[in-house]
Design a protein around this ligand. Structure first.
Ligand SMILES: [Ca+2]
Ligand SMILES: [Ca+2]
Length: 367
């Protein structure tokens, strides 16, 4: 039995590609299905090879039938890129990325070659990715738009054989600033020459997704240099959660930016967030939810009217902060406080309900 097993191992390692397995969605065979798997798809778009009999999109180990072609720098066999196994590399192969997003596997062999400095296509005027807010003043709860602007200052520096093809980056943010769950990504699908993979903490199909605080984005031409000129890649609609953070530089950063050309060379990319500072705008108080206190000034009785019955704690403080009166109501939308025993002066009426705490300045006038 032991000899048979040994023979099997020798055989399997002696046939090139036999030991390779494919997990659909991990197009670069680096062990994880994610936004970076769009890049090999863009590079190899339109190529054909042997289909994989019995292939499915399920995240299970499936036998790979290596193709003759490899990506020029990473060395990825094109068989991995045909993730649905139909023998064509096209937009349909994105489905496996979405279905299996963030899934991990540990059988990658061989791993893709990393992009090294020698693989860089050097230009003086670097392309730039600008994450641009559509305004500079916001309030809590506002939905604001982040525009993803891609700028090529001088398109002439790129020959057609080495022009920009695909971009990938992650956007990291303080999850107290905005709600990842409410973030909507709208890639620019017109004129349709770009493919996209974009993921927020809840936007990817099924249950797998990036963690909160991270948005992952990739855009690629379909085998042609769709990023040779400036263009808008898309928009992100975000809901502002916290304004306290907006009094400092925005806790929003572009991480791991990657721009590659049609020869799979890396092109250095500048990134920025604009404007870097955003001013918080005080929201108007919602009067309908407010407690009304009247008359004010008063010479004695103060009436308190609430918008709806609620548990209420009423406390009256002197200007020195001493609590003079405390009254608790289980459920009330109206009460009265007699201040006639107090001397003329300024007092603070603190009203605590299930909606929050409101403090009213009350003036007691002389008789
Ligand atoms: Ca991958
Ligand atoms: Ca395919």
């Amino acid at each position: 039995m032991r000899y048979i097993l040994l023979l099997f191992i020798v055989l399997s390692s002696s046939i090139p590609g036999f030991a390779q397995v494919i997990f659909p969605g991990d197009l670069n065979n680096d062990g994880q299905a994610n936004y970076l798997d769009l890049l090999p798809l863009g590079l190899a778009y339109g190529q054909e090879g042997p289909p994989r009999p019995g292939a499915s999109l399920e995240w299970i180990q499936q036998p790979n039938f290596p193709w003759d072609g490899f990506l020029p720098v990473s060395g990825i066999n094109l068989g991995f890129v045909d993730s649905d196994g139909n023998g064509f590399i096209d937009s349909l192969d994105i489905d496996a990325i979405a279905l299996n997003y963030d899934s991990l596997q540990f059988t990658s062999e061989p791993l893709p070659q990393p992009y090294l400095l020698t693989d860089t296509f050097a230009v003086e005027e670097l392309p730039e990715l600008i994450i641009r807010f559509d305004r500079d003043t916001v309030a809590i709860g506002d939905t604001i738009t982040l525009v993803l602007d891609y700028i090529v200052p001088n398109p002439d520096v790129f020959p057609p054989t080495a022009a920009p093809l695909a971009i990938a980056f992650t956007l990291e943010y303080a999850d107290t600033l905005l709600s990842g769950e409410q973030t909507i990504i709208q890639p620019d699908t017109v004129p349709g020459d770009l493919m996209f993979v974009a993921a927020t903490s809840n936007s990817v199909e099924f249950w797998r997704s990036p963690p909160p605080g991270q948005i992952e984005f990739a855009a690629s031409g379909k085998g042609v240099p769709a990023l040779a000129n400036s263009r808008t890649l898309g928009k992100m609609l975000i809901v502002i959660e916290d304004m306290i953070l907006l009094s400092q530089p925005l806790p929003l950063k572009v991480k791991n930016p990657l721009l590659i050309n049609t020869a799979e060379q890396v092109i250095a990319l500048k990134t920025s967030v604009s404007p870097l500072w955003i001013t918080g705008q005080a929201s108007e108080p919602e009067h309908s939810h407010k407690v009304k206190v009247f008359p004010n000034p008063t010479s004695g009785l103060v009436q308190v009217q609430l918008p709806s019955p609620t548990p209420l704690r009423l406390r009256l403080f002197s200007i020195a902060g001493q609590c003079l009166v405390q009254m608790d109501y289980q459920l009330s939308d109206y009460c009265e406080v007699d201040l006639s025993a107090l001397g003329p002066g300024i007092y603070f009426l603190q009203l605590q309900t299930s909606e929050g705490v409101q403090v009213e300045r009350v003036v007691v006038s002389g008789f």
